[in-house]
Design a protein around this ligand. Structure first.
Ligand SMILES: Cc1cc2nc3c(=O)[nH]c(=O)nc-3n(C[C@H](O)[C@H](O)[C@H](O)COP(=O)(O)OP(=O)(O)OC[C@H]3O[C@@H](n4cnc5c(N)ncnc54)[C@H](O)[C@@H]3O)c2cc1C
Length: 434
């Protein structure tokens, strides 16, 4: 019997049956078989969600045979790929074709459907989530029908299924808007807490992308801004192979892993460790193709909670979270990440209809996250926060409706596409209801 486990090790499940469909017809057959037998069916990604959102109960569909680009439209500047394609594979293929996505998050291990279904996002830009960069999709609905959706065709399904939580059907194809491959320059600079917060608006409006990291128990922030370079005049200056490995992989994975083990064994040392970690980060600039600037490997396993709050209250919420950490005896070894996104028009998008600041809280996978996450979540919730669908949170259908003005619209699309709840699991029952 096969067991499913997520990346952080926090969630696991044992499906009744595992299938690996290779095209939309095989997906449709699996969905019909599940529906007729009264079973549920769930397509999983790579399990990078921290929640049980992809935990299979009946039939588990693996994404491995649904990979690769299926078409390129250079006039429309769109690329269609199969839904199980890992993001790093799409990025490498696009680079070979002289193309790129506009924006992405911190890693590129996820599948395209897994990442879009939970609203995976980066920071800044004109579009921040992968879902907001979609031009179309194809999905198999609860009765095994194959449906196409875009702004022109089935627009209500398109609005909902771009962040569909796996509740509306099994996506087989995703069409992304792409842009010509360019260069992105990263500028990383250490800064004090007061200065970084005072200049946050300036960094966000004056750069294409801005990301900040605060080291708990210290006054240290790391500010990273990314900007597009003029392709006529710029040449890439990537992190050298050795320097890049020493700076990035060694500091953010190898050394960080050791430091976290020390911190777990001796929590009293965490403030000092964070101070030293903050000092080790120096100012630097480098440039490369976008996906190599946006993403990097994460080998130290952690647990994460992230919320989107309205942009105008975001920094006050961060200050409140810091005050809470300062008042408690928790020892937090991971930085708090601060990102900003424009509003989008996706039914259950965490940035739907409002510009947002995302605040992400992490702990080592062996550390106890419960008191820290619960304390911070109360602050985020009071600020009208919306939890990332793929990250730890405790919200339910009863209280999510109040922060999503289009919640009922999503439920109505779900009732139409999956009236018998073939795609349900315990997470969906909690956040959407039965
Ligand atoms: C180290 C790390 C870094 C991360 N960085 C970021 C970040 O920078 N920004 C951010 O926003 N998030 C980030 N995340 C969260 C991550 O991007 C999301 O949780 C994402 O959903 C994971 O994709 P996956 O392929 O692992 O999907 P899974 O977690 O396996 O599945 C997620 C959902 O997608 C559904 N799904 C999968 N395939 C299909 C399909 N074909 N059709 C319909 N539904 C489908 C599943 O059923 C489930 O509901 C990070 C996570 C980790 C572990």
């Amino acid at each position: 019997m096969s067991t499913w486990k997520n990346w952080s090790g926090l969630e696991s499940a044992t499906p009744e049956r595992v299938l690996t469909p290779a095209d939309a017809d095989e997906v449709a057959d699996a969905v019909r078989e599940a529906a007729e037998a009264g079973r549920t069916v769930k397509m999983v990604g790579t399990g990078h969600s921290f929640t049980s959102i992809s935990a299979p109960e009946g039939i588990m569909l693996r994404p491995d045979a649904l990979t690769g680009i299926t078409s390129i439209d250079r006039d429309a500047m769109t690329v269609t790929a199969l839904s199980g394609t890992p993001l790093h594979v799409l990025n490498a293929e696009l680079e070979r074709l002289g193309l790129s996505l506009h924006n992405m998050g911190d890693i590129a291990e996820q599948t395209l459907a897994g990442a879009t279904s939970t609203g995976t996002h980066g920071t800044g830009g004109v579009k921040a989530s992968l879902s907001a960069q979609l031009a179309g999709l194809r999905l198999v609905t609860g009765d095994g029908s194959i449906v196409d959706a875009s702004r022109e065709e089935n627009p209500d399904i398109f609005a909902a299924a771009r962040i569909g939580l796996g509740a509306l059907g099994v996506i087989t194809h995703l069409t992304f808007e792409v842009e010509p491959l360019g260069l992105l320059e990263a500028h990383e600079q250490p800064m004090g807490w007061d200065e970084a917060l005072a200049r946050h608006d300036e960094f966000v409006t004056g750069n294409h992308h801005c990301d900040m990291y605060w080291f708990p128990h210290t006054d240290r922030m790391q500010v990273k801004t990314n900007n597009r370079l003029d392709p006529e005049t710029a040449t890439a200056e990537p992190l050298g192979r050795v320097r890049g490995w020493v700076d990035d992989d060694f500091l953010s994975n190898t050394l960080f892993g050791v430091v976290n083990r020390v911190g777990n064994a001796a929590p009293g040392l965490v403030p000092r460790i964070n101070e030293v970690s903050g000092r080790l980060l120096s100012e630097r600039r480098y440039s490369d193709v976008p996906h190599k600037v946006f993403t990097s490997p994460r080998r130290v396993v952690f647990k994460e909670m992230e919320y989107a709050v309205p942009r105008e209250v975001g920094l006050d919420v961060l200050r409140e979270a810091r005050a809470l950490i300062d008042r408690n005896d928790w020892r937090i070894g991971f930085p708090v990440e601060v990102r900003t996104t424009p509003a989008d028009d996706i039914t259950l998008g965490t940035s739907s209809g409002r510009e947002s600041i995302y605040l992400a809280f992490h702990v080592h996978h062996r550390a106890d996250h419960r008191a820290y996450f619960a304390g911070v979540e109360a602050i985020l919730k009071a600020a009208g926060g919306r939890p990332h669908w793929g990250k730890v949170h405790t919200r339910t259908a009863a209280d999510l409706g109040s922060v999503y003005p289009r919640f009922e619209e999503f439920l109505a699309v779900r009732d139409r596409l999956d009236p018998d709840r073939v795609f349900a699991n315990s997470y969906l029952r909690r956040v959407l209801g039965d």
